[in-house]
Ligand binder design. Structure first.
Ligand code: GTR
Length: 430
């Protein structure tokens, strides 16, 4: 069976295995051989569509950045059709002052996105270091989770999400229904205590509160209110990214949290989401993409691992519907993913890859940073400062930071160590 081939181990992660609507691929169908990467040339982030070279920060800001933003909306993620709804409300529904063995103040905050009784409600789980509530507010990591807040922690009193959840074979969950079976199953991906000990707050919410990750013609979550996306509008990634901005609206007002030092982060499809959230919403002070791959940090033109056609077939609801026109035509798309990275400039960005995660193209993720470097330098930062992918498990820290971790597609303590070292060094002092 193809899935026993270690090159396809990515499909064996319980979540991915059971979420993919397609049968497993057969070996050889997708390229994971560096020698077979086609010759390609990347569109220049510093040449505008009419051929004008972009020579200074003012031209980047007024001309090229808006142009690229529009291209990413049009070609890949879709336009975000709503801002912050005027009726949005939120309230703290639980507060515990001695959570996590006395390390944290834990709050759960319900965000009623449209202020409607029948509208979508996001439940934000927030841990703030106790000291930060007494002294200076803490910087905060904000990211969505895959299986529900209860899955990120073994604490018994965090409620299950409502509605559809992904199956988890390892935990014996097979009916897409929220269950105690998955309590704590992702706690090893959410190292709250490690972050708290280093003085950081962490906030997370279940991505299905915003848009359940199924191709159901956009009937539920936020789309139950905003309607089925029109041509050119968002897919699920755009919706999840918008939700992160709404959570930042809330975090900006939370006591003990420094909303000016919010790091938006995510793994895999939620890493793609973090990048798009960070590109669109410049209030995010820094961005972390963990193993985001195709449609995230990896260059599409390398056609290494997951391809545009494959992602649009497996997950037709993630991107704007028009992204499908680039299926098998990566080289013709007017943008590539290094320009998404450039849209985050000059704010700090950490990209992490994993040695065994060839499906996400670790080298292509690094080369996106190389491609974005001229923009970071134009905007006055030191940029990437390296051109070769660093050896495994050595964080290259800087405004464009990179880690190639040994191991599979996952989030581990090594990754969190890098997140914290990156945030310590790169978040603005004030
Ligand atoms: C895979 C998908 C990747 C990645 C991953 C995940 O099936 O091909 O693009 O996003 O899922 O989110 O875990």
């Amino acid at each position: 069976m193809a899935c026993l081939n270690p090159r396809f181990m990515v499909f064996l992660s319980p979540l991915v295995f059971f979420m993919s609507p397609l049968p497993l691929t057969t070996a050889g169908e997708f390229n994971e051989d560096e020698a077979k990467v086609p010759a390609y040339s990347l569109p220049d982030p510093l040449t505008s569509a009419d051929g004008t070279p972009i020579k200074d920060a003012a031209a980047w800001r007024s001309q090229r950045r808006p142009e690229l933003m529009q291209l990413f909306e049009q070609e890949i993620y879709g336009r975000t059709p709503v801002g912050r709804p005027p009726g949005m409300t939120w309230r703290t529904v639980s507060e515990k002052n001695d959570a996590r063995e006395g390390r944290a103040v834990r709050r759960e905050i319900e965000i009623n996105l449209f202020g409607r009784d029948d509208g979508p409600v996001v439940r934000l789980l927030l841990y703030v270091p106790v000291r930060a509530t007494q002294t200076a507010p803490a910087p905060v990591f904000l990211g969505l989770n895959f299986e529900g807040n209860h899955a990120t922690t073994t604490e018994a009193d965090i409620p299950l999400p409502k509605g559809w959840v992904p199956n988890n074979k390892g935990a014996g969950l097979n009916d897409n229904t929220p269950s105690e079976k998955t309590r704590g199953v992702q706690a090893d991906r959410w190292l709250f205590d490690m972050a708290l000990a280093r003085g950081y707050a962490v906030a997370t919410a279940y991505y299905g509160d915003l848009d359940p990750d199924i191709d159901d013609d956009f009937k539920n979550g936020v789309h139950a209110v905003t309607g089925k996306p029109q041509a050119g509008e968002w897919g699920s990634i755009g919706t999840w990214a918008w939700g992160l901005s709404r959570m930042l609206d809330v975090l900006e007002k939370e006591s003990g949290v420094d909303g000016k030092k919010a790091v938006v982060m995510g793994h895999s499809r939620l890493g793609k989401t973090a990048l798009w959230a960070g590109a669109q919403d410049e209030r995010f002070a820094a961005v972390i993409s963990n193993n985001s791959g195709c449609g995230g940090a990896a260059l599409s033109r390398r056609i290494f691992g997951e391809t545009v056609a494959r992602i649009n077939t497996s997950f037709p609801h993630w991107f704007t519907s028009g992204y499908k026109k680039w299926n098998g035509r990566e080289a013709d798309c007017p943008v590539d993913q290094h320009q998404l990275i450039a849209l985050i400039a000059p704010r700090p960005l950490l990209v992490t890859s994993a040695t065994e995660d060839l499906w996400a193209d670790p080298k292509g993720e690094f080369l996106s940073l190389v491609g974005a470097d001229p923009v970071y330098r134009l905007l006055g930062t030191s940029g990437l400062e390296i051109t070769a992918q660093p050896p495994p498990d050595q964080l290259h820290n800087g405004p464009l930071a990179y880690l190639l971790r040994t191991g599979p597609h996952d989030v581990t303590a090594t990754d969190w160590q890098a997140y914290l070292d990156f945030a310590d060094a790169q978040l603005p002092a004030k």
